[in-house]
Write a protein that binds this ligand. Structure first.
Ligand SMILES: C[S@@+](CC[C@H](N)C(=O)[O-])C[C@H]1O[C@@H](n2cnc3c(N)ncnc32)[C@H](O)[C@@H]1O
Length: 274
């Protein structure tokens, strides 16, 4: 593989473009990371410089290259039942949601859903805690900027080690076991998969077209790369789709320094719409 240099003026082009398109602010220390992670891609595309790659990136109207770029410089790390304390909290909060419902209808948004573990966990959780789960109309909107992770999420197929921390009961109810030449994997059962609508959606630049509200919004471990103004704007948008009392879940390392008049911290990076 040919090692291609990333010049400071080229880095600057990427820095500006990525901030405008995705809200991620890349500091100069990220030069080595970008160079290292994207050299393979430049070689694949047969490009001789990062300037050529920049032109390729900005002219790709499908957004696929941008999504590849974002996947290369950020993390898609996720897992089933991540942030255990939040699921514990939700156990206590669920009866309140149920009691407030006139219709048996639940709508939840998993924003930045990565390869699907988060939206599927929501369903596994509800299935476990609602004795009449099947009689509820439940829909999860699951969005991400990355094509690659969404393809995996839609397939809903996971390796054995990804499900090993789940209880036998949850595994038996939520997955079907499949064997291939590469080994055994676990596929989310169709009746759960069909409750999730996966969509490609950029939280920073795509129009905010949501008219209906959600009973909860999860946006966990997504805003870590965003700067304060971008975070502020996005949180403001979430408040418009959360009815009074509804929770917003952030990642455990994330906290809000703004929107104190509309969101109250309940603990474990869970905020309640006031
Ligand atoms: C670390 S994963 C978190 C997944 C899951 N929410 C969790 O906590 O396990 C962050 C995800 O956010 C997505 N992401 C980053 N910037 C985004 C943006 N501007 N719009 C939508 N998704 C974005 C990434 O593609 C990635 O899949």
């Amino acid at each position: 593989m040919v090692e291609i240099e990333l010049k400071p003026e080229e880095f600057d082009l990427f820095r500006r473009y990525i901030y405008e398109q995705v809200g991620i602010s890349l500091s100069a220390q990220k030069t080595t990371l970008i160079k290292g992670r994207l050299n393979k891609r430049l070689n694949q595309l047969n490009l001789g410089s990062f300037r050529e790659y920049y032109d390729y990136l900005i002219s790709d109207e499908s957004g696929e290259e941008l999504s590849l770029f974002v996947s290369a410089i950020s993390t898609n790390v996720t897992s089933f039942f991540r942030e255990g304390a939040q699921w514990k909290w939700l156990e206590g909060y669920l009866p309140q949601i149920i009691a407030s419902k006139r219709e048996k209808k639940i709508r939840i948004w998993s924003a930045g859903c990565s390869s699907g573990e988060e939206p599927y966990t929501i369903l596994m959780f509800l299935q476990h805690h609602l004795s009449d789960f099947e009689s509820w109309d439940i829909k999860i909107l699951a969005t991400d900027i990355s094509h690659k992770v969404l393809t995996k999420a839609i397939a809903g197929e996971y390796e054995a080690k990804q499900v090993e921390s789940l209880s036998k009961e949850i595994v038996a109810r939520s997955f079907e076991k499949a064997r291939t030449n590469e080994g055994t994997y676990y596929r989310i059962v169709p009746r759960l998969r069909e409750k999730v609508m996966f969509r490609l959606y950029n939280l920073v630049t795509d129009p905010f077209f949501f008219k209906n509200s959600f009973d909860m919004v999860f946006c966990r471990n997504v805003m870590i790369y965003f700067d304060d103004p971008t975070r502020h704007e996005l949180i403001g948008r979430f408040t418009t789709v959360l009815p009074k009392g509804a929770p917003l879940f952030l990642g455990s390392s994330e906290s809000l320094t703004s929107h104190r008049d509309t969101l109250k911290l309940l603990g474990s990076s869970i905020y309640q719409r006031l």
